[in-house]
Design a binder for this molecule. Structure first.
Ligand code: SF4
Length: 767
C-alpha cells in the first residue's frame, strides 16, 4: 500500500510524506480512540511525538493542548521574508530544514499597467529583491521573482497538496486549504522554527464545521460563502478554530473556489480553513501538471480515508449554509464582517449615507484571480460589449500569477478586458496592499470602491482613509462598474445599451479550468524545483542601507518583576495595520529601526480621541513612536493597553518587533488576535488580557504598572495558573490590584526568558 502513494524524486519535495503521516495517525488513533475530523487528522499526524502530546490528556485536546508540529514546507512573501530571513540568518544554519519558497509580490505598485509598474518597482526595490535572491541561493530556498505572481496563487499552483501542513509568513496562507492542506499564516519568527527544524507550537484549535448543502447558481460565487460566513462569525468568531467544510455541497465547488473561501477565512480570525478531497482538487492537480501527486492523494484517501473526516467525527460548532439559496453579498466598508446581501445593499447605501456612486472596480488579488473567476468576468464584459457599453469607472485587473496571466491572454480574456478599457496590472498584490498609485482621487476625498479582495481596513488600498472599500465577488464588481451606481443590483436592475434600450445582464458563465490547458508564460520566472544551498553564496547587507539592517538580539529577561509605565491606552479597533502600517512603510520591512517609526501611528488615544498622539508625564504631546523613542532613551520601559481583538488582521510580525525594539514590555488588552499574540510572545513582549474587562477603565496614561507574580509564573512554568497580578498606580496616586490572564506555554516562557524565540532557538543550536 505504501508503494501506491509514493512519487518519483522530482515530486518528492512537493508531496507530503504520506506513509510517515499515516503511521503517526495510527498512533494518534490508538491514543484518542475516537473519530477524527479532517483537520485533526492532518494536524495531529504532523505532531512530532503523539505519545507525548496526547497520552494522559483524557481526550481533552482541542482548545487545551499545545501541539509541537513538524510542518512540511514554508512560504514567505517579500515584505515579511526579509525579517524572517534576517532572523533565520542569526541561527547559523547552512540550509533550511524543510523546503521553502520566497515570493516577490507585495512591493510592486499598481499604476500604469504591468510592464511599466514592474520595471519601476524592480528599480526601486532591487536592493531587497537582491537580498532575497541571495538568501535563496545560499540556503537553497526557491526564489520567485517580481512578476511571477502572488504567494498564495503560486502555492496553490505548485505546492499545496491534500494532507500537506505548511506555514506561510502571510495571513492569507490558508488559501492553500482549497487544495486540502492545513496552511497557517505566521510571523517570521514562527517560520524560523520550521526553517530550522525546531518543532512549531500551536494550541490545538477547536474545529468549526461548516456544512455546505445545495449548489451555487446564477450570480452567486464561492466568495459569497465566506462573505456571508464573515457576517455570521464576525472578525473574532473564528479565533481559536480551524474551519472545516463538509457536506454534499463541497463536491460542487471548484478547487480555486474553495481556495477563495479558505483565503478569506483569515478575516474571521480562524487559524486556518480546509476542505476534504474532491474530484475538483484532483482535476486541478492534473491541470497544474501534478498528476502523480493526484494519484498519491487519491490512494491515501481511498485506502485510508486520510483526506476526509471520519464518520461520526464531532465538531465544536456547526454552521450550515445552503449554497442553492445563497445570494451575492457585499461586505464593508472598513471591516470585512459587515456583510450585506445584495438585495439589501441599495437600501444600506442610502441608510448609511455611503457614496451613491462607485469610483473604481478592482478584481484579482490572491483571493479571486483564478481562471474560473476571470472567465466568468470575461463573460460579463463580453455581454456589455455586445450592447456597446463600457465601464463607467476605472477597472483594474491583477492576475494572481504568470500562469494565470499567460492563460487568460492565450484564451482571449485579456483582449476582452483591454477592449473594455481595463488596466491589467502586474502579477502581484498591488492595490490590495496599499501599493495603488491612484491619481483620480485626493487624500481625504470620500469615495467608494468595489474590489474582489479579502480585506478592507481603512486606507488599505490607496492610502486614503476616506476610501470605502466594499468586498464582493469579481462577478458583482464587474456588473457594478457598468452601472457606476452603488445601488445597482444586476439580478433585477437594467442597464441602458448604446442604442438607449434597456437590458439585463445574464448571470456569468465560465470554465473551472482552461479548456486548452494552463500556459506557463515566461519560463524565466520558474525557479528550479529543488534548489541546492550554495554555501559560498554571499548575502549582502550594506551597513549604510536604509532598507535592510542585520539584527541585534534583544536583551534577555532581567530576572526580576517588571515595572513600566502606560504609554498609551488604545481605543477601539487596533489591527496590525494600525500597529504597523503598510503602504509606504513596506519599504522598510528589512530595517527594524526605520520601520519602527510607524509604530501604532494608526491607533486612537482613548483619553483624547486623537490618532497617533501620546502624552508624557508633563503633559507634552508626542507622536506615538516619538514618545516610545524618548522613553527608550530614558530607560523607561512601557506598556500599551487596548480593547478587543488587538492585532487583528495579519501575521505582520513588525507589529510585535517594533514595540519590542522601542522598549515595549507588555501589551494588556481585552482580547488578542491569535497570530499577533503569538508574535508578541516570540519577540519577548508579555501579552496579557484583563481577567475583568472593566479594569481597562481603572488604568490611566503614564500609570506605573508592576507585575507581582511574574517570576513565580516563569519559574513554575510546568504548572502555570494562567493568572498574573498587576499593581497599578495612576498619576493621581490611586492604586489598584488587577488580575490578568496569560497563555504562555512552557516553550513560550523560555522565549520570554531568553529575550526572544530566536535567541532561544539560537542557543539550542549552539549547545
Ligand atoms: Fe497580496 Fe492582498 Fe493577497 Fe495579501 S491579501 S497576499 S496583499 S493579494
Amino acid at each position: 500500500e505504501s508503494i501506491s502513494f509514493s512519487v518519483p524524486p522530482e515530486f518528492k519535495t512537493r508531496t507530503p510524506p504520506y506513509a510517515a503521516l499515516l503511521t503517526r495517525l495510527d498512533k494518534v488513533r490508538e491514543i484518542l480512540n475516537r473519530p477524527l475530523t479532517l483537520a485533526e487528522k492532518i494536524l495531529y499526524s504532523h505532531v512530532v511525538d503523539p505519545e507525548e502530546a496526547f497520552a494522559g490528556k483524557n481526550g481533552q485536546i482541542r482548545g487545551e493542548t499545545y501541539l509541537k508540529l513538524n510542518p512540511d514546507r514554508v512560504a514567505m512573501q517579500d515584505a515579511s521574508a526579509q525579517m524572517a530571513l534576517l532572523q533565520f540568518m542569526t541561527c547559523g544554519m547552512d540550509s533550511t530544514a524543510v523546503p521553502a519558497s520566497i515570493h516577490c509580490d507585495h512591493l510592486i505598485v499598481g499604476h500604469d499597467g504591468a510592464e511599466k509598474d514592474l520595471q519601476a518597482s524592480i528599480a526601486v526595490n532591487s536592493e531587497v529583491f537582491d537580498f532575497l535572491r541571495s538568501c535563496g541561493r545560499k540556503y537553497g530556498i526557491q526564489f520567485w521573482g517580481p512578476g511571477s505572481g502572488i504567494i498564495h496563487q503560486i502555492v496553490l499552483e505548485n505546492f499545496s497538496v491534500p494532507g500537506l501542513m505548511m506555514l506561510g509568513t502571510d495571513s492569507h496562507t490558508p488559501n492553500a486549504g482549497g487544495l486540502g492542506a492545513i496552511a497557517i499564516g505566521v510571523g517570521g519568527a514562527d517560520a524560523v522554527d520550521a526553517l530550522t527544524g525546531t518543532p512549531w507550537e500551536l494550541k490545538a484549535p477547536k474545529i468549526l464545521g461548516v456544512k455546505l448543502t445545495g449548489q451555487l447558481n446564477g450570480w452567486s460565487a464561492p466568495k459569497d460563502v465566506i462573505a456571508h460566513l464573515a457576517g455570521v462569525l464576525t472578525v473574532r468568531g473564528g479565533t481559536g478554530y480551524i474551519i472545516e467544510y463538509f457536506g454534499e455541497g463541497v463536491q460542487t465547488l471548484s478547487c480555486t473556489g474553495m481556495a477563495t473561501i479558505c483565503n478569506m477565512g483569515a478575516e474571521v480570525g480562524a487559524t486556518t480553513s480546509t476542505f476534504p478531497y474532491t474530484d475538483s482538487m484532483k482535476r486541478y492537480l492534473l491541470a497544474t501538471r501534478r498528476g502523480l501527486i493526484a494519484n498519491a492523494a487519491s490512494a491515501v484517501n481511498n485506502l485510508h480515508g486520510y483526506l476526509r473526516a471520519d464518520t461520526g467525527a464531532e465538531y465544536d460548532q456547526v454552521i450550515e449554509i445552503n449554497l442553492s439559496s445563497l445570494e451575492p453579498h457585499i461586505n464593508g466598508p472598513f471591516t470585512p464582517d459587515l456583510s450585506t446581501p445584495l438585495s439589501q445593499f441599495g437600501e444600506a447605501v442610502q441608510k448609511n449615507s455611503w457614496p451613491s456612486k462607485l469610483s473604481a472596480g478592482l478584481i484579482g488579488s490572491c483571493t479571486n484571480s483564478s481562471y474560473q473567476d476571470m472567465s466568468r468576468v470575461a463573460s460579463i464584459v463580453r455581454q456589455a460589449k455586445e450592447r456597446g457599453i463600457k465601464p463607467k469607472v476605472p477597472f483594474f485587473i491583477t492576475p494572481g500569477s504568470e500562469q494565470i496571466r499567460a492563460t487568460i491572454e492565450n484564451d482571449g480574456f485579456t483582449d476582452v478586458f483591454l477592449g473594455a478599457g481595463a488596466k491589467v496590472l502586474a502579477n502581484a498584490c498591488g492595490p490590495c496592499i496599499g501599493q495603488w498609485a491612484r491619481d483620480d482621487t485626493s487624500k481625504g476625498e470620500v469615495n467608494a470602491i468595489l474590489t474582489s479582495f479579502n480585506r478592507n481596513f481603512r486606507a488599505r488600498n490607496d492610502g486614503n482613509p476616506a476610501t470605502m472599500n466594499f468586498l464582493t465577488s469579481p462577478e458583482i464588481v464587474t456588473a457594478m462598474i457598468y452601472s457606476g451606481d452603488m445601488a445597482f443590483n444586476p439580478l433585477k436592475d437594467k442597464l441602458i445599451d448604446a442604442n438607449g434600450n434597456e437590458f439585463m445582464l445574464e448571470p456569468p458563465q465560465g470554465d473551472e479550468l482552461p479548456p486548452s490547458g494552463f500556459q506557463q508564460g515566461d519560463l524565466e520566472y520558474l525557479p528550479p524545483i529543488d534548489p541546492k544551498p550554495i554555501q559560498s553564496a554571499e548575502v549582502v547587507v550594506s551597513s549604510t542601507s536604509d532598507r535592510l539592517a542585520l539584527l541585534e538580539p534583544f536583551e534577555p529577561f532581567e530576572g526580576r518583576e517588571l515595572k513600566m509605565n502606560v504609554l498609551l491606552k488604545v481605543q477601539g479597533k487596533c489591527t496590525t495595520d494600525h500597529i504597523s502600517a503598510a503602504g509606504a512603510w513596506l519599504k522598510y520591512k528589512g530595517h527594524l529601526e526605520n520601520i519602527s517609526n510607524n509604530t501604532l501611528i494608526g491607533a486612537m488615544n482613548e483619553e483624547t480621541g486623537e490618532v497617533n498622539k501620546a502624552y508624557d508625564f508633563d503633559g507634552t504631546g508626542y507622536g506615538i513612536p516619538e514618545l516610545m523613542i524618548k522613553w527608550k532613551s530614558e530607560g523607561r520601559p512601557w506598556a500599551v493597553l487596548a480593547e478587543h481583538n488587538y492585532g487583528e488582521g495579519s501575521a505582520r510580525e513588525h507589529a510585535a518587533l517594533s514595540p519590542r525594539f522601542l522598549g515595549g514590555r507588555m501589551i494588556l488588552c481585552k482580547s488578542f488576535a491569535r497570530i499577533h499574540e503569538t508574535n508578541l510572545k516570540k519577540q519577548g513582549v508579555l501579552p496579557l488580557t484583563f481577567a475583568d474587562e472593566a479594569d481597562y477603565d481603572l488604568v490611566n496614561g503614564c500609570a506605573t504598572i508592576e507585575t507581582l507574580d511574574l517570576l513565580q509564573m516563569l519559574n513554575n512554568s510546568g504548572d502555570v495558573s494562567g493568572v498574573i497580578t498587576l499593581k497599578v498606580t495612576n498619576q493621581d496616586g490611586s492604586e489598584h490590584i488587577i488580575k490578568t490572564k496569560h497563555t504562555m506555554s512552557k516553550d513560550q516562557v523560555e522565549f520570554f526568558k531568553a529575550g526572544s524565540a530566536i535567541n532561544y532557538i539560537g542557543s539550542l543550536r549552539r549547545h
